[in-house]
Ligand binder design. Sequence first.
Ligand code: T1G
Length: 702
Amino acid sequence: MGEIVSYSIVDGIALVRIDNPPVNAMERKVRAGLKTVFTELKSKKGVTAIVLGCEGRTFVAGADIKEFDTGIGEPGFHEVFRLIEDSKVPVVAAIHGTALGAGTEVALSCHYRVADKGARIGLPELSLGIIPGAGGTQRLPRVVGLETALDMMITGKPLTADAAKNEGLVDIVVSGNVMDGAVAFARDLVAKGVETRSTRAREVKGADNAAAILEAKRKQIAKTMRNRRSPMALIDAVKAAVELPFDQGLKVETDISEELVGATESRALRHLFFAEREVRKIPGISADIKARPVARVGIVGAGTMGGGIAMNFANVGIPVTLVEANQANLDRGFATIRKNYERSVSRGSLKAEQMEERMGLLTPSLDYAALGEADLIIEAVFENMALKKEIFQKLDRVARAGAVLGTNTSTLDIDAIAAVTGRPQDVVGLHFFSPANVMQLLEIVHGAKTAPDVLVTALDMAKTIRKIGVVSKVCYGFIGNRMMDPYAREAERCVLEGATPEEVDSALEDFGMAMGILAVFDLAGVDIGHLTRLERGPLLPKDPSYYRCSALLTERKWIGQKTGRGYYRYDSADRKRTPDPEVIELFRAEAARLGVAQRKPSRKEIQERCIYGMINEGALLLEEGIALRAGDIDVVYAAGYGFPRYRGGPMFYADTVGLKNVYERILEFRKELDPQYWTPAPLLEKLALAGSTFAAWDKSRG
Ligand code: T1G
């Protein structure tokens, strides 16, 4: 590998290259290298223009996020970017891959920008709980205008090269080698005697209507980014760009950035950033183990889950054969898939021809033999052990040697399913979340006999279909649903004790959960959870009040949105939930029958019982080795269960509260509530008494 920053001069054009794999992060060494090079070029004779580009797969994809934990070293961003902006000869950025964060900001400090056709350019800092801190809040509005700049920074969504051109962020879009394109563009500037174009000297476009625009964005954020500090702080920084001279605005940006970097919100989101990459690393599985090819997929069951799963593969161009028991199910399944695609077309997120292309990759069949060529077969039928075993026996007969056999079970014993085949090493759990074509999480269940390359194949496949694959060992409910049990149990119990469903759900939504668990039950179907629990039979706790509310509703077929009532009533077209006095009366009567003392658990108590129950179960999963890392659990909950990302996931959240506090509160619940549910997990107790954290526990295991 060459120097981290180097340059050469060709006929008066200086070509500056950054080479810092894997993503050319703008870490201190890169900034120091740029400072050295641009200082040298300042006094270099015969240099008529400068082109700044990167080696490898992408232009600068941001600051080095790790550097936020240690502090931004010298030289800082502003000093280096000022050096570039103050160049006496035109500086042209040559952008390929994903220019993000400080990558976009260094490009904004250049005078002109040339982008490769496939390039993406954005400022995703809010997804890390920070704001652009290298001049982006001040320079971007001067280039693309106030409104576009705010939208880019609020959504964090990168623009395509063409869209960036339309917005004036990029001057030209080229195909082929972007460095060559940028050099040609620079030569043309020189030939035409075009001057430098300092971004900070430019006016903020659209500033005349600033007050209204900023107010509208504040309102938008207040609704869509509740409980967060960084989005509102972003508006403050951009307001400074409108109202203050550049350097004063930059000072406002810097002060805000420094405050946000140390805050829990950003630490939580940075934790998730790295945890989502760490989940791919499975201790004991060496990097040399190669994935098996997955070019053809088979799915058994074309219901809601099977159809959604099939769409994931069609969306990335992989053909799928869908097998069903009868023609009616097959037709219904394909009709649902087409309806889902039509919705995307009507929303403009998919072209009609793309829909047809994807439908064309889906083949219906009533014959298992049609799965004979598949590299991966996923069973996605309803949750019944006998039926799943029957299907795996059939798959064992028809699937080609070396095919990976996956089951979409959400709770059942993978090893028992694998045991009915002659190839348990090829069997793996692939637990998708509904709607399967939307939810990002994929729990990959590592059976006792699952071969290492099957695990690697599942992890690779997850990345291919744009899912986050998290590995879990076999237990009831794996990671997600296992921890969901105490969380939802306590929510139901609070209702039985006297809280209303609305009080429980709004307490959880205040905490930041995407939706209260009782409303989730109504959405998914109250009966689903109830029937799945019944499958456990003798393993259920000896407690007549255990999930008693769901049982009562299921017995009356008040199973949620699909029947217009469940914990709530859903009368209106917009499916808005409204309290149901009859249901509350039903729960009161049942509480009296069970002798449950009536009281009003506070919002805080509701939150603590539900979340701490979940955390305690998470600690059990870690010491049982079901979950590999506390970080993995956080990824499962943030990607699959609507846990607020700005809290970092349940285990990270526990660390922010302090494990000692969580531990002591659980001991109090043990005294006040049903003790069978409130035994602190030994790992939680050990870490709490040692003043340690789950993060330290993860680190200690390397
Ligand atoms: N800092 C440190 N490490 C990074 C990194 C970054 N910005 N980006 C990626 N990595 C590591 C990552 O952990 C992984 O490591 C490897 O690179 C490959 O990444 C001042 C404040 C660019 C779209 O938010 O979105 O600039 O696991 O697996 O799927 O205003 O990485 O192999 O050891 O994700 O091809 C803003 C973050 C920063 C972009 C590539 N930038 N990166 O995706 O590869 S804040 C971002 C990404 C900032 C300034 C501010 C993606 C990617 P390992 P990967 P990928």
